[in-house]
Design a protein around this ligand. Structure first.
Ligand SMILES: Nc1ncnc2c1ncn2[C@@H]1O[C@H](COP(=O)(O)OP(=O)(O)OP(=O)(O)O)[C@@H](O)[C@H]1O
Ligand SMILES: [Mg+2]
Length: 385
């Protein structure tokens, strides 16, 4: 896709601001458009000017609706042209629910937290705490969520750098935008997350852009090197192969987020079901099997759907589970479908006829596996492209 420029780009920006309900910013931007287009598009400029005059800005209204009252004194950095905020802020209470983490992950993050909490002790011994880490893992496994939780644990705000907003700025300005955002984050203790850091590499660019993108990477390289020990710099990606190797090796720590193991899937089902566990609990083994290879956010989305349907009375738990298993069975290989059929035969009162209908495994095969066949369902994890 080519770069949108000129009038079209301005149109896109104004739609963005309007949808974000940044009314005051819409006014500022519109006023700028009037000045910009007075010479080249006088009718357009006049019309916009007319609207601006017809709706004078409300005195006493907060200037920037999106800025939360508890923010630090300095205003958040925004892109001059688009008025888009370059950083998103999260300030969560320290009792924020812990993400579901594997034991390895829990240990790695526990160590990170201890280091941050005892910075002075480490420095007195001539050591520096971990200043930067990169989170790697497929979508929906908790990278962003964990960054929020980490910041809450450390009692500091989380700033998330919107790299798309940085890059959407005019050619030649994204480097300075990035610096402005990073300088802001360096001023006070915080966790800064460069989310989806691969987006720089992924962006299809024409020749004119390449220099600009390289400049961005250079800025990040320097910042990772020089990041102060008062802050924690995190990056997240689901495309580690796209990350510049020079950038990759600058992170103090690489933390891998994996697709959940069977035990974690069960924990996730329980957590996401909440009070509805009482209703769906009897399906847990089957659901745990069906959710193998899926991310936490996939599991959450599906469970929320079940809960809504049951709450509204549009379907029974049994119908929901059957339909869901049927859909999942379609994506399984033969052995996976057989395992599923065996599990259904053991865990439910469904007839062999229904099980065969749900899984697509013949009744003969089901009979064979449930009478004289293997009784253990293999723990093999299925990876689907
Ligand atoms: N480990 C987890 N524990 C609990 N809930 C989780 C976990 N991982 C994901 N979720 C659920 O899925 C949602 C999406 O997770 P999150 O945004 O952290 O994924 P991500 O790894 O950052 O994905 P992406 O690469 O797409 O940005 C979360 O808001 C949460 O509801
Ligand atoms: Mg994320």
């Amino acid at each position: 896709m080519g770069e949108i420029t000129g009038l079209k780009a301005d149109l896109v920006q104004i739609v963005r601001l309007a949808l974000a309900e940044q009314t005051e910013d819409v006014r500022l931007f519109a006023a700028r458009l009037v000045r910009k287009y007075r010479g080249t598009e006088p009718e357009l400029a006049e019309q916009v000017d007319l609207y601006l005059r017809a709706k004078p800005h409300r005195t006493g209204a907060p200037l920037r609706k999106t800025v939360a009252p508890s923010l630090p004194d300095q205003a958040l950095p925004v892109d001059d042209e688009s008025r888009l905020s370059l950083l998103k802020v999260f300030k969560d209470p320290s009792d924020r629910e812990t993400p579901l983490l594997s034991t390895e992950l829990e240990e790695a993050l526990g160590q990170l937290i201890q280091e941050r909490k005892q910075v002075s002790r480490l420095t007195s011994l001539g050591l520096t705490p971990t200043r930067s880490a990169i989170f790697v893992g497929q979508p929906g496994v908790g990278k962003t969520l964990t960054a929020r939780w980490l910041a809450a644990q450390l009692g500091v705000p989380l700033y998330v750098l919107d790299l798309t907003a940085v890059m959407s700025s005019l050619l030649g300005r994204s480097g300075s935008n990035l610096r402005a955002a990073l300088d802001f984050a360096k001023r006070s203790p915080c966790v800064l997350l460069l989310d989806e850091i691969d987006s720089i590499a992924k962006r299809r660019s024409d020749d004119a852009d390449i220099g600009e993108l390289k400049r961005l990477v250079t800025v990040i390289l320097q910042e990772v090197d020089e990041w102060p020990a008062t802050g924690l710099l995190l990056a997240a990606t689901n495309h580690p192969e796209l990350i510049d190797p020079a950038l990759w090796r600058r992170f103090d720590l690489v933390i891998e987020f994996k697709i959940p193991e069977p035990a974690a899937i069960k924990d996730a089902i329980k957590r996401f079901l909440g009070p509805d566990f009482a209703l769906f609990g009897r399906w847990i083994e089957i659901l745990a099997f069906a959710f193998r290879g899926q991310s936490f956010s996939d599991i959450e989305r599906e469970i929320q759907r079940f809960r809504r349907a049951v709450a509204l009375g549009t379907a029974s738990d049994e119908d929901l589970i059957e339909d869901f298993i049927k859909a999942r069975a379609l994506s399984l290989e033969r052995q996976g479908r057989i395992d599923m059929a065996v599990l259904l035969a053991k865990q439910t009162r469904l007839s062999q006829h229904s099980i065969s209908d749900i899984t697509g495994v013949s009744r003969d095969t089901i009979r064979k596996y449930t009478t004289d066949g293997p009784t253990v369902v293999p723990q093999k994890r299925r990876r689907k492209a």
